[in-house]
Design a protein around this ligand. Structure first.
Ligand SMILES: C[S@@+](CC[C@H](N)C(=O)[O-])C[C@H]1O[C@@H](n2cnc3c(N)ncnc32)[C@H](O)[C@@H]1O
Length: 253
C-alpha cells in the first residue's frame, strides 16, 4: 500500500513538471486529449452498459431453490387445486404419445400420464435431484410400469432424445430453472416437428395459501417472452386453476 501511494505521488509530480515544461499550448493539447478520451469513454459506457445489463437480467434471472427432497411427501398430497385429469384432457393426451415430464419430482404427473399414453406410448420422467430420481424409480418398479423411463439430467440439459417427443410437460418447475434459456433450447431439440411444450406454474398475480414465495415466481408474460424467443408460438392458455397459469406452445418449424 505504502509503495503504491509513494509511486503515484511521484507520477503526479512528474506530470506537473512535464506540463510546466510544455507551457500553455502543451497543457491545452493535453487537456483536450484527456477530455476527448473521457467523452469517448462516456459514449461507450452509455451505449453498451444498458445492453449488457439487459442480457444479464434475461439470462441470469433469479430462480427459486430446488424443491427439498426431504419434503417429497408434500408433492404426493392430492391437489384439488391442480386437477390432473382436467390437465390431461386439455392437453388431449392420447395412446401412443411420447411425453417428457421435466422436473418430475415425486412422479405425481408421470404415473397418470403413463396410464393415458398406454403401451404404445412412453413417458420420460426427468429430474436433476438424485433423491427424486430414486424415488420415482422405486415407484415405477413397485407399480410394474414399463412405459416409463427415469432420467437423471442436469440444470442445462434434460439429457433426453432429439426429435422424439410430442409433448414436453413442465409443471411447477419453471420458476426453479437455473438456466431457462439453455433448457428451452434443449427442450426444443427434443421435440418432434409440431411438438408442444406445456408450462404450468405458480402465478405471481394469484395469492395462494401455500407454494413458493411471490418474489420467486415467474410471471406469465416473462415465460411467454422466454419461450417465444427460443422458437415457439403460444397456442393455448387454460384458466381453470386458482393459483397457476397453464400455457401451451408449439415448436416453430
Ligand atoms: C416443485 S417440484 C414439482 C414436481 C412435479 N412436477 C410436480 O408438480 O409434482 C420441482 C422439481 O423440479 C426439479 N427441477 C428444478 N430444476 C430442474 C431442471 N433444470 N431440470 C429438471 N428438473 C428440475 C426439482 O428438482 C424439483 O423436484
Amino acid at each position: 500500500m505504502f509503495g503504491l501511494k509513494r509511486s503515484s505521488l511521484r507520477d503526479n509530480h512528474q506530470i506537473d513538471s512535464k506540463c510546466d515544461r510544455g507551457g500553455a499550448t502543451g497543457l491545452k493539447v493535453e487537456s483536450m486529449t484527456k477530455c476527448l478520451c473521457q467523452y469517448a469513454l462516456l459514449i461507450l459506457i452509455t451505449t453498451f452498459l444498458p445492453l449488457f445489463c439487459t442480457s444479464l437480467s434475461a439470462f441470469e434471472r433469479r430462480h427459486a431453490p430446488l424443491f427439498p427432497p426431504d419434503k417429497i411427501f408434500l408433492l404426493e398430497e392430492p391437489r384439488d387445486w391442480q386437477d390432473t385429469e382436467e390437465i390431461m384432457d386439455r392437453l388431449r393426451i392420447s395412446p401412443g404419445d411420447m411425453i417428457a415430464d421435466i422436473g418430475a419430482g415425486s412422479g405425481y404427473f408421470t404415473i397418470p400420464l403413463a396410464s393415458r399414453v398406454g403401451d404404445k406410448g412412453m413417458v420420460f420422467a426427468e429430474e436433476i435431484q438424485i433423491e427424486m430420481v430414486n424415488y420415482i424409480s422405486k415407484k415405477v418398479e413397485k407399480l410394474g410400469l414399463n412405459n416409463i423411463r427415469v432420467v437423471f439430467g442436469n440444470a442445462e440439459d434434460p439429457s433426453l432424445l432429439d426429435d422424439f417427443f410430442n409433448l414436453v410437460f413442465l409443471a411447477n418447475t419453471y420458476h426453479e430453472l437455473e438456466k431457462p434459456f439453455i433448457m428451452l433450447e434443449n427442450i426444443r431439440k427434443d421435440l418432434k416437428y409440431n411438438g408442444r411444450l406445456a408450462i404450468i406454474d405458480w402465478d405471481p398475480e394469484k395469492k395462494s395459501p401455500f407454494g413458493p414465495p411471490m418474489d420467486m415466481r415467474v410471471s406469465k408474460s416473462a415465460v411467454i417472452k422466454d419461450v417465444e424467443r427460443i422458437g415457439f408460438d403460444l397456442i393455448e392458455r387454460h384458466r381453470f386453476m386458482p393459483y397457476h397459469y397453464f400455457l401451451v406452445f408449439r415448436k416453430k418449424p
